[in-house]
Design a protein. Structure first.
Length: 285
């Protein structure tokens, strides 16, 4: 993906791509490399049967195409050079001809225009060698409202409907985020805190051990919280803009794959309250 963002500007670029049509594609690793200025790069899975008209080249994103026919996320990165690796025998499995939506969000604080470029690479394996299909969680909290001159924590709890093994977890917030923590109530997961950071910009993923894996069992929950400090005179709500809005998202990869209801936390519950305590020592461990 290549493009440009104006000086003191913000851009959201999208492009649809189609996976190979001859058979399933098994991806055990993916990497992205982008020029400076990107806030994040995100890849969605969709239910489209073909690339939408005009969607095969980079273009400004619309709100609709980031919501309609989206079945889940696959990949996300907030650092210029990122790689997500899965354990041996574990891979994301894409249907023949599956349509993906690639999105790049750029923020340019300088006075001059900025050229942008994203390179995205998938590393594949023989689908017959896949022992466990991987999935990606995209837990998004829409209920964010931060009053002026305040510190607020927003929380979302997501039910887990089957046993899952964690591969990676990482966070996403905007510049008012001062703390993020994800926990589980599963007493057998090894540690209650699954991920924590005080970094909103370029957070590092936590890579979980493979043998034995960290399992979150069916019937338990994953709860994640974002703490914000709003020192402006405006109320900050959730939204796309890294300048005027906030986000609270838990990303991750795991196996075996749940359905979209679980991966997108459709049955989750959100709340707001006092700041949560975070242990930054789990980031990237």
């Amino acid at each position: 993906m290549s493009g440009a963002v104006d000086g003191d500007g913000e851009s959201f670029s999208c492009v649809f791509v189609q996976m190979p049509t001859a058979g399933e594609t098994a991806v055990y690793s993916a990497e992205s490399h982008f020029t400076p200025g990107s806030h994040h790069f995100l890849v969605y899975r969709t239910s489209y049967g073909a690339i939408p008209a005009g969607g095969g080249s980079a273009h400004p994103c619309t709100d609709a195409e980031q919501a309609v026919n989206i079945t889940g996320s696959y990949y996300e990165a907030q650092t210029p050079d990122t790689r997500r690796d899965l354990p041996p025998g574990v891979a994301h499995v894409f249907k023949p001809g599956e349509i993906l939506l690639l999105t790049a969000h750029y923020l340019n604080p300088s006075a001059t225009a900025l050229d942008t470029h994203v390179d995205f690479r998938l590393h594949t394996m023989d689908p017959r060698a896949v022992q466990h299909e991987a999935g990606s969680v995209f837990f998004y909290n829409y209920q964010i409202s931060i009053p002026p001159m305040s510190e607020v924590t927003v929380t979302r709890t997501c039910p887990i409907d089957r046993d899952i093994n964690l591969a990676l977890l990482w966070s996403h917030m905007h510049s008012r985020g001062i703390g993020f923590v994800a926990t589980t109530n599963d007493p057998t997961a090894g540690a209650r805190i699954l991920y924590a950071t005080t970094t909103w910009s370029e957070p590092q993923a936590r890579v979980f051990p493979q043998d034995p894996p960290v399992t979150v069992h069916a019937g338990s929950t994953i709860t994640y919280s974002c703490t914000y400090e709003n020192m402006t005179s405006e109320t900050i709500v959730q939204g796309q803009s890294a300048r005027t809005n906030e986000m609270c998202i838990l990303h991750g990869m795991y196996w075996p794959r749940m359905d979209s209801t679980g991966e997108l936390c459709f049955l989750g519950a959100s709340s707001m309250g006092t700041p949560a305590a975070a242990d930054a020592g789990t980031e990237g461990d």
